[in-house]
Design a protein around this ligand. Structure first.
Ligand code: OXD
Ligand code: MN
Length: 587
């Protein structure tokens, strides 16, 4: 297979001349191709087969121990003007970045096969979908892209018709952390990634294209590319509300997207549309509609068990690629929090020894097609996407943020989103457990200056008439002794129910300086083991803490200089004044 599109053919030829592969393989996306690549990787040890009886068609990949997470400090946005990338990104001059990458890619595919992967982010027939081509020397990338995206012949057909595509060039190189760079050229709609085989750095359709490049393109074209799950909540009466939620990495997006209703709400149904990325477009009727550009999940494995996420637990028992998990003596995958079995080999293939740390890497992953999920929504393939009733932001906060609150307006909601902050986790390289600001959960993923990004969000007031309501949730509030106050997981549906009721103007709320909070009795806690006192804390604000938080947010926003929209700072000032007034009254 080659292509009728001259621009694509000449790019592939030019990359081949530069990188010198032994052969070139154009991916058709077929099952036969997937199986053929699996066979090849089993033969060379890139994959090992897991227990066929209990985990049919499942494989384990052990990555280089130096290559287990996204590398934000080596990730760059290369715009002509440094200010267009903003201080939220590492920046390199495009000419310098090209020169550096040319040096790295020179001859790097000698002895290897070069794979050409045409892919489509979003349903093939959707006008909201966007296409790309990834060139890689990693068959592991190809099989992951097969599970995560719509890739192969159909995508190529669309690309040939449209004539445009995002160019992504990837090589695992020598896996040397000193020679590792993930660079984006949003103005050229291209990506170059060298020296890592890890998902977020190497599966270029995901974070690199569907967030960094797409967010830039979305601003030019009047839509939003966001780090959001999409979930459909069907009430016992059959009404379905779709909500889009943005939480920083490893705050339970996948669990929420696959939530199983608790016994008390057993007549509700939950449909998963996506667990990581949403593209939001205003439609002709003035609503915001969402598609999930991906067609599979690349989820964190540790902690997955029948209690935390039964849908995911079951979904990964077949047709799954595991990366960096441990294995049992029966050759089943094993991870911390699995609640079943014991590890025999750790994620590096050594005999398990607790002295070496966790058996599975804390950022070990599953890759699986979305159709494996029993809560899969057929609307994942709907070209028009789904209408969004509510946007929900959230972070992992021990204190400050109450269980849930509603923004007072779209503009205030943009401030709430910009104020998203979280304690860090193992999904990114660096220290775990420190607070970091992560506006709209897009800190590692926004392909341009956050000041311009906030202005783009605010502009939706003019772009559409029926804007969704905006909320903030915090499932992670803790007692002094470190215990979580809220049970989380399936019980989160009780909070989402209040959110839907607010959208339907059916639920009451109390007004506070930071937004509308439920009264304790507005959240259904029937059959929950939670005290009145705890519900009181979860549904109230600590005015002093909120004021300190709002002051610190103001300073953070001002850090983007002239690009920070005045309308956003006005919102911060309104909240701060209301908090100060309330403190003055109380004293
Ligand atoms: C992810 C992340 O892998 O956000 O989805 O880190
Ligand atoms: Mn993510």
């Amino acid at each position: 297979m080659t292509t009728t599109l001259a621009a694509l053919q000449s790019w592939v030829d030019q990359v081949a001349t530069q990188t010198q592969p032994d052969s070139i393989h154009w991916c058709d996306g077929s099952e036969a191709e997937y199986q053929q690549l699996v066979k090849l990787m089993l033969a060379d040890g890139t994959l090992t087969k897991l227990n066929e009886k209990t985990y049919p068609n499942c494989y384990l990949h052990r990555s280089d121990p130096n290559d287990v997470a996204r590398v934000e400090h080596l990730t760059y946005v290369c715009t002509e003007d440094e200010d267009d990338a903003g201080q939220n990104n590492n920046w390199m001059n495009p000419a310098d970045a090209h020169a550096r990458m040319v040096g790295l890619f020179e001859g790097c595919m000698r002895g290897r096969t070069m794979y050409v992967i045409p892919y489509c982010m979003g349903p093939i027939g959707s006008c909201f979908a966007r296409c790309g081509v990834e060139i890689t020397d990693s068959p592991y990338v190809v099989i992951n892209m097969k599970l995560m995206t719509r890739m192969g012949s159909q995508a190529l057909e669309r690309i040939e018709k449209e004539g445009t595509f995002v160019r992504g060039l990837h090589s695992t190189g020598e896996l040397d952390p000193e020679r590792r760079f993930i660079v984006h050229f949003p103005e050229e709609r291209s990506i170059m990634s060298y020296g890592s085989g890890y998902g977020g750095n190497a599966l270029l359709g995901k974070k690199c294209h569907a967030l960094r490049i797409a967010s830039y393109q979305a601003r030019e074209e009047g839509w939003l590319a966001e780090h959001m799950l999409i979930v459909g909540l069907e009430s016992p009466e059959g009404a379905v509300h779709y909500i889009a939620c943005a939480f920083p990495s490893a705050c339970g997006k996948t669990n929420l997207a696959m939530l199983i209703p608790p016994e008390e709400l057993h007549d509700w149904k939950v449909w998963t549309l996506g667990d990581d990325i949403a593209w939001l477009h205003p439609d002709d009727t003035g609503k915001l509609r969402a598609i999930n550009p991906e067609s599979g999940y690349f989820g964190v494995v540790p902690g997955t068990n029948p209690k935390t996420n039964k849908n995911a637990y079951d979904m990964i028992t077949h047709d799954t690629i595991f990366t960096n998990v441990a294995t049992t003596a029966d050759n089943e995958p094993w991870w911390e929090g699995k609640k079943e079995g014991t590890p025999a080999k750790d994620w590096q293939g050594r005999d398990y020894d607790a002295a070496n740390g966790p058996a599975a890497h804390p950022n070990s992953r599953f890759t699986v097609a979305a159709t494996n999920n029993r809560a899969y929504s057929n609307l994942c393939d709907a070209p028009e996407g789904v209408p969004i009733s509510a946007i929900v932001f959230g972070g992992r906060r021990k204190n400050v943020a109450p269980l849930v609150y509603e923004a007072k307006s779209w503009e205030h909601g943009v401030l709430v989103g910009a104020g998203t902050a979280s304690e860090t986790t193992a999904a990114m390289v660096g220290e775990v457990g420190v607070i970091r600001r992560d506006p709209m959960a897009m800190k590692p993923f926004c392909g341009y200056n956050f000041g311009d990004y906030f202005a783009h969000w605010l502009s939706f007031r003019e772009r559409t008439t029926h804007l969704p309501k905006i909320f903030h949730v915090n499932w992670f509030r803790q007692h002094e002794n470190g215990e979580f106050m809220w049970p989380g997981f399936g019980e989160n549906l009780r909070v989402l129910q209040w959110i839907i009721d607010r959208c339907e103007h059916r639920a009451d709320a109390q007004e506070t300086p930071i937004g509308f909070l439920p009264h304790p009795c507005d959240i259904d806690t029937k059959d929950l083991d939670i005290s009145e006192e705890t519900m009181g804390i979860l549904t109230s604000i600590n005015t002093r803490q909120c004021r300190d938080e709002t002051i610190s947010l103001g300073k953070y926003l001002e850090g983007f200089g002239e690009r920070t929209p005045k309308a956003l700072l006005d919102q911060q000032r309104i909240v701060l004044d209301a908090l100060s007034e309330s403190l003055a009254k109380a004293s």
